[in-house]
Design a protein around this ligand. Structure first.
Ligand SMILES: Cc1cc2nc3c(=O)[nH]c(=O)nc-3n(C[C@H](O)[C@H](O)[C@H](O)COP(=O)(O)O)c2cc1C
Length: 511
């Protein structure tokens, strides 16, 4: 099976690597075999970058533009800037997960003089890749202008957009302040790229599954000090590597049964969501739909337990402390485990009278599923919003920022716009749902195929929860956890065997 190919794109004009130095980067990673070597390499390269600045004129107090020109003459062969360090960490891990990697300095295509260079070559590389990592410094709580130009380049080319649909994206951001906007940068970038039909992942469960790599470094050469930030970048590389490998594996099999779509209506009035969504959902081919209107259930708010879930156990066991018989989460637990594709859905009108919303209670109550070792790992999430123009609740964004925390894969939010009581973009809704189902099928095939070959089950790492962390280390908890993980794995293998047919088998049946 061919290895998936991940492109690493760095989006800083303070980059150390350019042209040949950029091309060499992947080969340099080939010689790094463990984390210790990676840390030494990063430290070394960050220092080289700093030394290059000093040699280029910083020591003599030259003006920055003079120094910048001198630096460009050194050929961009060595050293790494802060955002390049983030990228290299992620690329290294993607490689460890079985991907091939390649580096592109976006500054080679969008240089400081503002004149774009050879965008066709960049587009070809994107088309050839299975996904890309995009690493940007934080500028004013957002991406750099060359990251922005890169995204605009995709937006402006509809053929390229078609060719990139369904490829993977993950982001990395570094800022000088601890809370300098790394998350806002990643959230906006993720939103833009899923809206361009890419599929997005964040960082993996080891650094608690957030929006990607978030590093804290300002001055040149300082990033090696931010070990946790580098860990989030490594986790982002692992995450994109894992999902890319699954998607590649999934190409060898097909689902024998329909794709399971779970639509959960979280805000509604008079069944508006079903009235608007059903005509589109019923048109989808080979889909088993379970639509549940949660606004009809009593969903109590989360109590923020110090230990969540209540105990370690198999996924099938409801393990939230709120166990009243009339609680919606308890009643729906089995349904919540069932889908391949999660479709949280809402009606968002301007007039709020009579509107029922369980959205935020629902979201917070899913904590036991997340902390129960990321039950939704690698499932596709497709937010579905029917929004009256001017309602401005931003649920497409909020659902993305909350659901990605479940170690999922994000697909383009499907947003139906309502004006004067009429759905004005029905064709978009139809197209987006059909595309999401196609990606959902690819991912379900990949997830189940990976289980078949013994890929690791994911475990929740309670970073920041001291009580849970202590509890997690107790011998009884550890052994229960091992059992639960083994059980989840066995069930996934059984599910894979029941639901997947290899392409060869499928051909044989057809003949
Ligand atoms: C125009 C500009 C705006 C910046 N805005 C922010 C910001 O909003 N938040 C932050 O934490 N750092 C900000 N920074 C600092 C950079 O993100 C930081 O120095 C980063 O490490 C640069 O990465 P690089 O060395 O790979 O270019 C800004 C820097 C510049 C030049």
């Amino acid at each position: 099976m061919p290895r998936p190919h991940i492109l690493g794109l760095s989006a800083s004009l303070r980059n150390a690597r350019s042209k040949a130095g950029s091309a060499n980067l992947a080969a340099e990673l080939d010689d790094i075999h463990n984390r210790e070597d990676l840390d030494a390499y990063i430290e070394d390269q960050a220092q080289i970058h700093l030394d290059q600045f000093i040699d280029a004129g910083r020591a003599e107090g030259k003006a920055f533009d003079e120094l910048y020109r001198a630096l460009q003459k050194t050929g961009g062969l060595r050293g790494l800037s802060n955002s390049e360090v983030c990228l290299v960490a992620a690329m290294w891990e993607a490689r460890e997960k079985g991907c091939t990697v390649e580096h592109v300095a976006l500054a080679d295509h969008f240089p400081a003089n503002g004149i774009d260079v050879d965008l066709e070559a960049l587009k070809t590389k994107l088309r050839e890749a299975d996904g890309f990592l995009l690493s940007s410094p934080v500028y004013f709580g957002d991406r750099s202008s060359i990251s922005h130009k890169f995204i605009d380049m995709i937006r402006a080319d509809s053929d390229l957009r078609d060719d990139l649909a369904g490829k993977l994206y993950a982001g990395l951001a570094v800022g000088a302040k601890r809370n300098g906007g790394q998350e806002t940068t990643l959230i906006y970038q993720m939103l833009d790229l899923i809206n361009l039909d890419l599929l997005a992942v964040g960082n993996d469960s080891d650094t608690t599954s957030q929006y990607g790599g978030t590093a804290h470094a300002g001055d040149i050469g300082t990033i090696p000090k931010d070990e946790y930030g580098i860990n989030t970048c490594l986790g982002t590389g692992r995450r994109i590597g894992r999902v890319a490998a699954e998607l590649a594996l999934g190409k060898e099999s097909r689902l024998a049964d329909p794709l399971r779509l779970g639509m959960w209506v979280l805000q509604d009035r008079n069944d508006e969501v079903a009235k608007m969504a059903m005509p589109f959902l019923q048109e989808l081919d080979n889909v088993d739909l379970r639509a549940t209107n949660l606004t009809g259930y009593r969903i109590r708010p989360c109590l923020a337990c110090d230990i969540c879930p209540t105990h370690v156990g198999p996924d099938q066991e409801y393990r939230c402390i709120i166990a009243r018989r009339d609680d919606g989460m308890k009643q729906l637990h089995d349904d919540l485990l069932w889908p391949d594709v999660l479709v949280p859905a809402l009606y968002s009108p301007r007039d709020r009278q009579g509107l029922d919303s369980v959205y935020q209670q629902f979201m917070e109550r899913t904590r036991y599923l997340r902390r129960g070792d990321y039950v939704y790992t690698d499932r596709l999430v497709v937010p579905l919003v029917f929004e009256e123009v001017g309602a401005n609740e931003h649920f497409d964004i909020r659902m993305m920022t909350s659901f990605i925390r479940h170690h999922t894969v994000m697909s383009k939010p499907v947003v139906g716009l309502i004006h004067n009581g009429v759905l004005i973009n029905a064709e978009d809704v139809k197209r987006d749902l059909a595309l999401a189902v196609r990606h959902g099928r690819r991912l379900a095939q990949g997830r189940l195929s990976a289980a078949n070959i013994g890929a690791d089950a994911t475990q929740y790492n309670p970073v920041g929860y001291v009580l849970s962390a202590a509890k997690d280390k107790e011998a009884a908890t550890m052994s229960a956890r091992e059992q639960a993980t083994a059980q989840r794995h066995t069930e996934m293998v059984d599910e894979a065997q029941a639901r997947l047919v290899s392409i060869d088998e499928k051909r044989a049946i057809a003949q």
